[in-house]
Write a protein that binds this ligand. Structure first.
Ligand SMILES: *[C@@H]1O[C@H](CO)[C@@H](O)[C@H](O)[C@H]1NC(C)=O
Ligand SMILES: *[C@@H]1O[C@H](CO)[C@@H](O)[C@H](O)[C@H]1NC(C)=O
Ligand SMILES: *[C@@H]1O[C@H](CO)[C@@H](O)[C@H](O)[C@H]1NC(C)=O
Ligand SMILES: *[C@@H]1O[C@H](CO)[C@@H](O)[C@H](O)[C@H]1NC(C)=O
Ligand SMILES: *[C@@H]1O[C@H](CO)[C@@H](O)[C@H](O)[C@H]1NC(C)=O
Ligand SMILES: *[C@@H]1O[C@H](CO)[C@@H](O)[C@H](O)[C@H]1NC(C)=O
Ligand SMILES: *[C@@H]1O[C@H](CO)[C@@H](O)[C@H](O)[C@H]1NC(C)=O
Ligand SMILES: *[C@@H]1O[C@H](CO)[C@@H](O)[C@H](O)[C@H]1NC(C)=O
Ligand SMILES: *[C@@H]1O[C@H](CO)[C@@H](O)[C@H](O)[C@H]1NC(C)=O
Ligand SMILES: *[C@@H]1O[C@H](CO)[C@@H](O)[C@H](O)[C@H]1NC(C)=O
Length: 880
């Protein structure tokens, strides 16, 4: 019948008076306001408010009508949890592997005014503990070994009312107590612990483990027994308090048996514990001996309790469920009836569920704190149906669940990407898209060897993408999505100079990285195309100017490799030359899909051809911004190196300004163009690491699309330089007369402020409509020309006549001031590009009274017409 019994021998261990210390107790008076502990006077135990142990929930009080006469004060307050499915108390600090008793009490007291107690589940960590029934009062108790340095008690809302709790207590036990309890099984107390023959309740300090022993009271028909003598608690397995053992009940006559019934649900493993200590000094001719029957079957034979020393009979293997009647019956040799001192019934709970892998739990808790995620309570993956929102876990019965996906998209996250994400080593999918994340992509993400999907789109990330991620994405082992991060350089820093203090310029980097680096970058570009080629190309050809965001993304994805034969095809055998740049001729082209492109053939005669091809390809692949002309592809045929760019239908800004045809660029449009250019430059200076100096900002390098949105072209002269904007790089003077920073010209020391100077010149051109060198024979450049007129205070002598006075005088003056500050003779006097962007935005706002064309949006919008690049011709890049 599978029912076993164990008898504990009466090891009269000389357990000298227990140190009646409440060390290690955790006593929480749930719902108590404030942070002040108090000492409960009858027990002398310190109770704490729950602030230290729980984040969620609300403090409540029982209704004033509740009868709390003669009970502890802590039943007056409670904490309820109206939000979230699972809310947890964290009990800590605990000793891992130590045995604890955990008790929770629930005094409803109509705290919610509904007069209807709720019912909900309680979990100890990941393990189901019990369902709190819809009663006025409930008490749950469990004996368990702590798996770690903390344990959680979680209330789970089942949709049947708001979970609440009044008291939560934790008491350390001796390891020897309740030997059935170990790391894989716990005992849940069933009913009350009874102290037979007594009239009161015993708990701390009489029971140093603060178990609560209740008197069954008048319900007993049996006769009480008691002693004044000291009773040894006996076995260290139970440590029943002396005061509990010093009372008992017995039957009125020897033929009567002492019966108990214990009822369990089907499948419940019920364990009973009977405690005995003989309280009567027996005479020589007296014997007290009894048998214990379970359901009339002999369960324990001829038990003779020891005088004044505790012993126990308890189940070692249970029957299953149902109602079992236990009878204590005197044997034939016995001269005295049976008795019993105390009784407990427990249900054994198997703790077979495995918690989430500790490394993952540690990491995800840090992520939770990092982003202040709400409603992430309890174990991340367990139980399955309560796994945290946004987490995906792998459940392999015999192993701890692992976190394999983390989806925090559209979660309003700000700050950086949490470094702890890299500790989720089993992660396969990571989606942080559509948030406001800033900063760089942590390099540690490359350590996630299982990662297959990385979605970071639509954030404000900046800097470079770790090289290995790009490599994985290029060889299709990772699906990488970075779109919509306007400040991200989707290139790699592997050739960059990050972390090195010495300034290094691109030619050096290239000689190190060499062709291999270029090719791997190219692979990346190819991959990016293939992923979305077909769909996106269709989108682009539909040329919707409004839905700019998407299309901007798509453009980036279109870069791909072309064979020379394809280049011939695209350009219709180089039919239409649209420009001639420092590196070669630019032709108009058309892809198979109908998209217009600009194809730049690297001039064969150029002595530095191959190097410059590398330089440009390398830089261009890194740089994506709506105000920078997009790089769509390349051909690396050694004799026909060529680059393919988006085609900008409206050509260069220089052309628009110099055309003598009537003014097609109103002042507000010009301001918008200035802002576009400033934003493109700001991106290069501030958001790329290492920053990039353009070095050749001029109106022939500013291209306009169909909606007159401006994009900067020609990074052929760009050089990488250091974070430190004041740091200077010594190299050959490059630039274009009229735009050249005088300080740079004199010192050969290049820094971002040189671009600011050139930008100031462009701004003057927009204001005046005049070229940078106004009179080529006398070599008068625009800066002193404007300066001399400003001093006379007459704006009309400066401003382009073609405006016919249609401009806001304030915004005009402000623009002039900006241009003047940008062209200050000493770089230290010039503003940064970020300042300029801010100032120009203000300027444009004050101009909004003027009519701005409808498809002009001041803020982060872009349009997608495809447009030529490198139309730069006349003035060579080298100037001395
Ligand atoms: C209250 O008691 C808790 C648990 O014993 C303890 O950690 C905390 O420091 C106490 N707070 C105060 C204010 O004494
Ligand atoms: C309140 O409870 C106490 C103790 O249980 C009891 O003696 C008393 O009669 C109760 N009062 C009311 C109004 O029910
Ligand atoms: C519960 O959630 C709502 C909505 O999220 C919030 O406004 C409220 O403050 C939350 N209540 C508590 C006690 O956290
Ligand atoms: C045991 O002995 C005592 C006297 O020593 C006597 O009074 C008592 O009746 C005896 N009990 C039994 C059951 O024989
Ligand atoms: C106790 O149980 C036994 C058998 O289990 C039964 O014979 C007996 O009548 C019961 N006694 C009482 C007082 O219920
Ligand atoms: C006692 O009998 C009941 C009813 O037959 C049964 O459900 C229960 O499991 C039995 N108890 C034990 C310990 O076998
Ligand atoms: C009763 O006691 C006698 C003598 O002490 C012993 O021989 C006998 O086996 C006992 N009977 C039972 C049923 O225990
Ligand atoms: C968990 O973390 C420890 C310590 O950092 C490490 O030694 C162990 O390899 C990690 N386990 C897994 C599965 O990542
Ligand atoms: C978590 O990651 C940090 C940084 O990558 C590392 O220093 C730490 O050892 C990791 N911890 C674990 C448990 O793996
Ligand atoms: C893809 O890239 C990863 C990471 O660099 C590398 O380990 C792997 O071998 C590459 N696989 C192929 C097929 O090239």
């Amino acid at each position: 019948m599978g029912l076993w019994v164990l008898m504990i021998c009466f090891l009269a261990l000389s357990t000298t008076a227990q140190s009646q210390s409440s060390t290690g107790f955790i006593s929480i008076d749930c719902g108590l306001d404030g942070a002040t502990n108090y000492t409960e006077s009858t027990m002398n135990i310190i109770y704490s408010p729950d602030a230290l142990y729980v984040d969620a929930g609300e403090n409540r009080r029982v209704s004033p009508e509740t009868n709390l006469t003669g009970v502890f004060d802590y039943y007056k307050t409670l904490r309820s949890f109206s939000n979230g499915t699972r809310n947890c108390y964290t009990l800590q600090p605990l000793v891992k592997g130590r045995k604890y008793l955990v008790r929770a009490e629930f005094q409803y007291g109509n705290f919610d005014g509904r007069d209807s107690p709720p019912t909900f589940d309680v979990y100890l960590g990941i393990h189901f503990w019990w369902t709190v029934p819809p009663d006025e009062f409930s008490r749950l108790e469990i004996i368990v070994v702590s798996p770690g340095e903390s344990m959680q008690v979680c209330l789970v809302n089942k949709g049947l009312g708001t979970p609440y709790i009044s008291v939560l207590e934790l008491r350390p036990l001796l390891d020897s107590m309740y030997p059935l309890v170990n790391s894989s099984q716990a005992l849940v107390l069933r009913g009350d612990r009874t102290d037979h023959g007594s009239t009161g309740t015993t708990r701390y300090p009489e029971d140093p483990y603060d178990r609560i022993w209740f008197s069954p009271g008048e319900t007993e028909d049996w006769l009480p027994m008691s002693t004044d003598k000291t009773v040894e608690s006996g076995s260290r397995n139970f440590m029943v308090p002396a005061s509990v053992l010093s009372t008992a009940v017995t039957t009125p006559n020897i033929s009567e048996s002492l019966n108990f019934t214990v009822t369990g649900l089907l499948g419940e493993e019920i364990y009973v514990f009977m405690y005995f200590a003989e309280l009567q000094q027996l005479g020589m001719n007296e014997t007290r001996e009894f048998n214990v029957y379970a359901n009339s079957t002999l369960w324990f034979r001829q038990y003779r309790p020891d005088y004044l020393s505790g012993g126990a009979i308890y189940t070692s293997r249970p029957g299953t469920g149902g109602t079992t009647t236990y009878s204590l019956k005197a044997t034939r040799n016995s001269t005295l009836p049976p008795f019993i001192n105390a009784f407990e019934a427990h249900i054994l709970v198997q703790l077979s569920t495995l918690p989430t892998h500790q490394n993952d739990t540690d990491a995800v808790l840090k992520i939770k704190n990092f982003y202040k995620v709400k409603n992430w309570e309890g174990d991340p993956c367990v139980p399955k149906d309560l796994a945290w929102a946004g987490l995906g876990c792998s459940y392999d019965g015999s192993l701890n669940p692992r976190i394999v996906s983390l989806n925090l998209s559209h979660a309003g996250l700000s700050g950086g990407i949490s470094p702890f994400i890299a500790n989720l080593t089993a992660l396969v999918t990571l989606d942080l898209s559509h948030n406001n994340l800033i900063g760089e992509i942590p390099r540690d993400l490359v350590e996630l060897s299982q990662l297959k999907v990385l979605q970071l789109e639509n954030n404000d990330l900046s800097g470079y993408v770790p090289y290995i991620l790009l490599e994985k994405s290029a060889n299709k082992t990772l699906s990488l999505s970075l779109d919509g991060n306007t400040n991200l350089c989707p290139g790699t820093d592997s050739c960059g100079v990050k972390g090195r203090k010495k300034r290094v310029i691109v030619p050096i980097a290239i000689s190190i990285g060499g062709i291999l680096a270029l090719l791997s970058l190219i692979l990346i570009i190819m991959w990016r195309v293939r992923m979305r080629k077909q769909k996106d190309v269709q989108n682009i050809s539909s040329k919707k100017i409004e839905s700019s965001n998407n299309e901007q993304k798509n453009l980036h994805s279109v870069s791909s490799q072309f064979t020379f034969a394809e280049i011939v095809n695209i350009t219709k055998n180089f039919q239409q030359q649209i420009g001639k740049g420092g590196f070669g001729i630019v032709y108009h082209g058309r892809l198979k899909t109908g998209i217009e492109v600009a194809v730049k053939m690297l001039s064969k005669t150029s002595s530095q051809g191959a190097k410059e091809f590398e330089s440009e390809a390398q830089i261009l692949t890194r740089v994506h911004h709506r105000n920078l002309v997009s790089f769509l592809g390349y051909c690396n045929d050694p004799n026909n190196l060529s680059l393919v760019y988006e085609f900008m239908t409206q050509g260069t800004l220089a052309k628009h300004l110099s055309d003598n045809r009537s003014n097609d660029l109103s002042w507000s449009i010009r301001l918008k163009i200035a802002l576009d250019v400033a934003q493109g430059l700001d991106y290069l200076h501030s958001f790329c690491k290492p920053p990039i100096i353009h070095r050749d900002v001029k109106t022939t390098n500013i291209l306009l699309n169909q909606s007159l949105e401006a994009k900067l072209a020609d990074f052929g002269l760009s050089r990488l330089f250091h974070d430190d904007a004041s740091a200077c790089i010594s190299t050959a003077i490059v630039g274009t007369p009229g735009y050249l920073d005088p300080e740079y010209y004199q010192t050969s020391n290049l820094n971002a402020k040189s671009d600011i100077y050139s930008f100031g010149v462009v701004l003057f051109e927009l204001i005046t409509g005049k070229p940078p060198i106004i009179n080529s024979t006398e070599n008068i450049s625009i800066v002193p020309w404007v300066q001399s007129r400003i001093n006379r205070g007459d704006i009309t002598m400066i401003v382009d006549e073609r405006f016919e006075g249609k401009y806001n005088i304030n915004s005009m003056w402000k623009a002039i001031e900006i241009a003047v500050s940008c062209t200050a003779p000493y770089s230290i006097q010039r503003p940064t590009m970020s300042n300029v962007v801010m100032e120009l935005k203000e300027c444009l706002t004050s101009e909004t009274s003027q009519d701005i064309p409808r498809n002009f949006k001041i803020q982060e919008e872009s349009s997608v017409d495809i447009v030529p690049l490198f139309l730069d011709t006349a003035t060579g890049p080298l100037a001395r």
